[in-house]
Design a protein around this ligand. Structure first.
Ligand SMILES: [Zn+2]
Length: 345
């Protein structure tokens, strides 16, 4: 097949493709800048030049055209990148939805809220203690920018920064009648390119309902950046299971529930092995085997020991981490044995 390279470039504006890969861009004169996805970029070093359809990173010297960007971002060959960008159907975005639908202002508001909550957490002993009890250590809560809402810091902060309180209310950060929706909750943000695109609040004590509250924005895959493009992925249900996995350095994400619509699974496309670690209860087991059936032979179920509720629960038990890695080994092996039997698909 012969590709019309100029046509492909024309039909795939570089700024749209870069944004589609989770990089938040802001305008700077004639070009756009953002945090480079190819190195640990603390300051925006990636410059995108729409007029020449090219990019260059002043941090790691990565550069080229839209095809080079896709090759690098998704670890594709030249031909595969052309296929991905060519006109046969819409570009299957690795990151469909949430991040792209948010305006730059929306992301600024969410990132500001995330910062306020993170600072608040670091000076709120009862919130830190809650996280410690759930086995989430300080380096992890810093890396994931976890937060805590004291119920009154956000509004004055947004006002000072001249960010829209109306939009903050629409997105579900503030109540229309005043007050913060996340008040008294541990806040787990979803970060893309170091910007916050969504957050989930968890009450400190189980006697308050609802236990979890999200924003009024589309629910993302929590931890998408940790798993995107990885060959081996752990998938779990809840935010705290996810945080336990992060503590153990796993490429892990959370679906934030057991509902797995097909379009939400697109991020698993390239994974060669998907280890499913859902809750150890009826609905969890049912959802796990449903997901495993859909993914086919590359899926493995990690079965938690009896009496252990979920991954976070296991993580809090003495020897939990070691037990988990033994279970993973078993899950990997179990699949191989099954694979030697005649396939019945
Ligand atoms: Zn770079």
């Amino acid at each position: 097949m012969v590709y019309d390279i100029d046509g492909i470039k024309r039909r795939n504006p570089i700024e749209a493709v870069v944004t589609g890969h989770g990089v938040a861009l802001r305008r700077s004169g004639a070009h756009l800048v953002g945090r480079c996805p190819f190195h640990q970029d603390e300051h925006p070093s990636l410059v995108v030049y729409p007029e020449t359809s090219s990019f260059y990173c002043f941090g790691c010297q990565a550069g080229g055209d839209v095809i080079d960007f896709v090759r690098r971002a998704e670890r594709l060959s030249f031909r595969e990148a052309l296929e991905r960008l060519s006109d046969n159907g819409p570009l299957p975005r690795p990151n469909p939805g949430p991040a792209e639908r948010l305006s730059l202002d929306d992301r600024m508001i969410l990132t500001a809220a995330c910062g306020v909550y993170h600072e608040t957490l670091l000076r709120t002993p009862k919130a830190l203690q809650y996280l410690e009890e759930r086995g989430i250590a300080v380096p992890v809560l810093r890396r994931c920018r976890l937060g805590y809402s004291d119920g009154h810091a956000l509004r004055p902060y947004l006002r000072r920064r001249r960010l829209s309180l109306r939009r903050a209310t629409e997105m579900g950060l503030l109540w229309p009648q005043g007050g913060e929706t996340m008040a008294g909750r541990i806040v787990v943000p979803e970060l893309r390119g170091a910007q916050c695109i969504w957050m989930l609040g968890r009450v400190l004590r189980d006697d308050r309902e609802p236990k979890y509250r999200g924003l009024s924005l589309p629910k993302p895959i929590l931890g998408w950046e940790r798993v995107h493009g990885r060959p081996r992925i752990f998938v779990t249900e809840g935010a705290f299971d996810y945080l336990t996995g992060v503590s153990w350095g796993l490429p892990i994400c959370a679906l934030l529930g057991t509902q797995v619509r097909a379009e939400r699974l697109a991020f698993l496309e390239r994974a060669r092995r998907v280890l499913i670690v859902f809750d150890n209860d009826g609905p969890g087991r049912e959802a796990a085997s449903g997901l495993s059936r859909r993914l086919g032979p590359r899926a493995r179920l990690v079965e938690l020991p009896e009496g252990v509720k979920d991954l976070n629960d296991l993580g809090r038990q003495p020897g939990g981490r070691g037990a988990f890695f033994r279970l993973v080994k078993e899950a990997d092996r179990g699949g191989e044995e099954a694979g030697r039997e005649p396939a019945c698909r």
